[in-house]
Structures are given as structure tokens and as C-alpha cells.
Design a protein around this ligand. Structure first.
Ligand code: TXA
Ligand code: MG
Length: 318
């Protein structure tokens, strides 16, 4: 089984060197774990794609240690994007900006834009600082799961998703505990006059408005779906059914004030929306571990993280 590394100072220094040397490192972040490589090393980034089984035209987010590296990767940065970066970085927010010349096609999927984020996890911030000291400009890190599967929120989940595809002699997985937020970062397209929300997350529409004084655009996908209209993603092996009738043997996920239907397995009982996001992916993994075939979920109402949870669940249910 692929070894998991404890986050000592030595281990973090070795991980920074390994990244510079072209290795892959499973990194903790406050949202979900990422699979990292030097964002300027095309061969290392190509290995991310093969380990994940991901299509080549999918862009990856570049993680930087501080706002000081923004100008390395992006040009023509609008004022409102700077306001967002100053207010919410380090934090669970990715900004899509016009790319600089160091953001190559193998990072952007051939687009003229690049996704950037400063993650708020102490281990990964130290790793990024070390990596920058060694001359690196940023690390590419998609979520550390096989393409289309549930994102990992702890090191063990990375090990079970990707361990068999990593190279025991070069690559690492760093243990940074359970990810605090539990769902992926908010992605905001900052290439137009006003921000556009591409993927909801912890940083909400209200928070975007508060810091930019602009109203961000977002069209929530309806929860009653037309079959095949949405990309399938974030999916466990079990079938996910939203607001459906519960049958005997099904898994069940809802806020703790909703009673468990007779004959079903309660996977998680989150006491708040934050707790729902924090524990959701572990709950879905648990279903697969238990061999549960169908999971009924009652998604939470509301904005902010509730919107992010509904987005992931809607895609997982496709
Ligand atoms: O929370 C997160 O964002 C995690 C942690 C590891 O930082 N990362 C993550 O990466 O979720 P990934 O690759 O699983 O999802 C990134 C999403 C993809 O859907 C990708 O299409 C989009 O970001 N993305 C990246 N660069 C983009 C760009 N230039 N334009 C539009 N979308 C972009
Ligand atoms: Mg992902």
C-alpha cells in the first residue's frame, strides 16, 4: 500500500524538493486534497493526468503561496479580482484570469485563462513557501481523485483513490488531517466586467458582493434534472438519488433533524450546513465501502455552502 507521510518540517522540505524534481505529491488543503506537480513542468503535469485518468483538455488550478505570485501567472487583472484576492486568500476561492506566458497550454487546457488559488492549509502554505524558495512559481493541483469520482478529504482517501497509480519511489502523500471545508473551492471567472460564479463553494455570492460591490452572475442548475443535461462528476459507485423514496438497504444522508427512514443506513447526520459540506464526501465513500448500491440524499436549502452542496449532489446524481 502507498505510504502516507506525516507533515514534519523535514517531510515538507523533501516534498518541495520532490516537486521541483518532477514528482507528484498528494497535498492537504482546506477544501479537498489535491494531486500536486510543478506547474511549469509539462512531464510532471502529464503524469497528473495519467494518474487521475483525466482528459487532456481539462485545465488545472495553479496553487501559489501568496498574492505576490499573482502577477507571475496572470495579466490584465481587474480591480475587483484584486479585491477578492486580498480579502479571501489564503482561502477556498479560485480566480480565473487572463494567463501570462508562463501558464502554458498543458495547464490551461489551451484556453487563454488560468485558474489561481492560495490554499488555506498550514502544511501546504509551508510547502508552497519552500517550493517558491527553490525557484518554483506555482503548483498545479486538481482534486486527488480518479476522474469523475468523489474528491478526497483526507490522506487515506487519496491513498485509496490514487495509491496504486503513484510511484512509491518518487511520489508522496502528505497527511494534513481532515479537510475543514470539505467541498471544492468557489471558482470565479474574472475575465469580464463583473464576476461570474462558475462553481459554488464556501465563498458565497454575498461574500463576493461584499468585497467587490458587484453582483456576481450565477445560474443554479435546477434540481429536477433533464436526463443527460449535466456533466456527471463527484460520483461514488452507489447511485445518488435526490429527495427520492427510500427503500430497504439504501444509504441515507440528510441534516440531523431529519429522521432516518426505517430499513436504511444513516451515512452522516450533519448538524449544520458547514458540517454537511465537511462530512458529505466521507459519507459517500462510506457508502461504497459498505457496498451500498443506492443513497437517498435530502439536500439542504439556502445559499452559500448549501448551494455548493446541491451543485455537487446534482452532478453526482446524474
Ligand atoms: O478546492 C479546489 O479547488 C481543489 C483543491 C485541490 O485546490 N482543486 C480542484 O481542482 O477542485 P479540480 O481540477 O478538481 O477542479 C478544478 C476546476 C475544473 O472543473 C476546471 O475545469 C476548472 O477548475 N478550471 C481550472 N482552470 C480553469 C480555467 N482556466 N477556466 C475555467 N475553468 C477552469
Ligand atoms: Mg476535481
Amino acid at each position: 500500500m502507498f505510504a502516507i507521510t506525516k507533515p514534519s518540517e523535514n517531510a515538507i522540505n523533501s516534498a518541495a524538493k520532490a516537486l521541483i524534481g518532477g514528482a507528484l505529491v498528494g497535498i492537504p488543503t482546506e477544501t479537498v486534497y489535491g494531486l500536486a506537480a510543478d506547474a511549469e513542468n509539462s512531464e510532471a503535469v502529464a503524469r497528473i493526468y495519467s494518474v487521475k485518468g483525466r482528459p487532456q483538455d481539462h485545465p488545472v488550478i495553479v496553487h501559489i503561496g501568496s498574492i505576490d505570485y499573482l502577477n507571475k501567472w496572470a495579466i490584465n487583472i481587474p480591480d475587483y479580482a484584486l479585491k477578492l484576492a486580498r480579502k479571501y486568500w489564503p482561502g477556498p476561492m479560485t480566480l480565473i484570469l487572463e494567463r501570462s506566458e508562463i501558464a502554458k497550454n498543458f495547464i490551461t487546457g489551451g484556453q487563454e485563462t488560468v485558474g489561481l488559488r492560495v490554499p488555506a492549509h498550514v502544511t501546504t502554505l509551508v510547502l508552497l513557501a519552500e517550493f517558491h524558495k527553490l525557484g518554483g512559481n506555482g503548483i498545479a493541483a486538481p482534486s486527488a481523485n480518479r476522474f469523475g469520482a468523489v474528491s478526497p478529504t483526507n490522506a487515506k482517501a487519496v491513498q485509496s483513490e490514487l495509491g496504486e497509480f503513484l510511484d512509491q519511489l518518487r511520489d508522496l502523500i502528505i497527511d494534513g488531517g481532515q479537510s475543514l471545508v470539505g467541498v471544492e473551492s468557489t471558482i470565479i471567472d474574472c475575465t469580464d466586467n463583473i464576476p461570474k460564479l462558475l462553481r459554488p463553494g464556501f465563498i458565497s455570492l454575498d461574500m463576493i458582493k461584499e468585497s467587490t460591490e458587484l453582483k456576481a452572475i450565477y445560474n443554479e442548475k435546477p434540481i429536477i434534472r433533464v436526463s443527460g443535461s449535466l456533466e456527471q462528476h463527484y460520483s461514488p459507485k452507489a447511485e445518488i438519488v435526490l429527495n427520492g423514496t427510500v427503500h430497504a438497504g439504501d444509504g441515507f444522508i440528510a441534516l440531523s433533524n431529519v429522521r432516518t427512514p426505517i430499513g436504511s443506513f444513516r451515512l452522516i447526520s450533519p448538524i449544520s450546513i458547514e458540517d454537511f459540506a465537511h462530512s458529505l464526501y466521507q459519507g459517500l465513500r462510506e457508502a461504497d465501502k459498505k457496498g451500498i448500491k443506492r443513497v437517498v440524499v435530502i439536500p439542504p436549502d439556502g445559499d452559500g455552502l448549501a448551494l455548493a452542496i446541491r451543485d455537487r449532489l446534482t452532478r453526482a446524481s446524474n
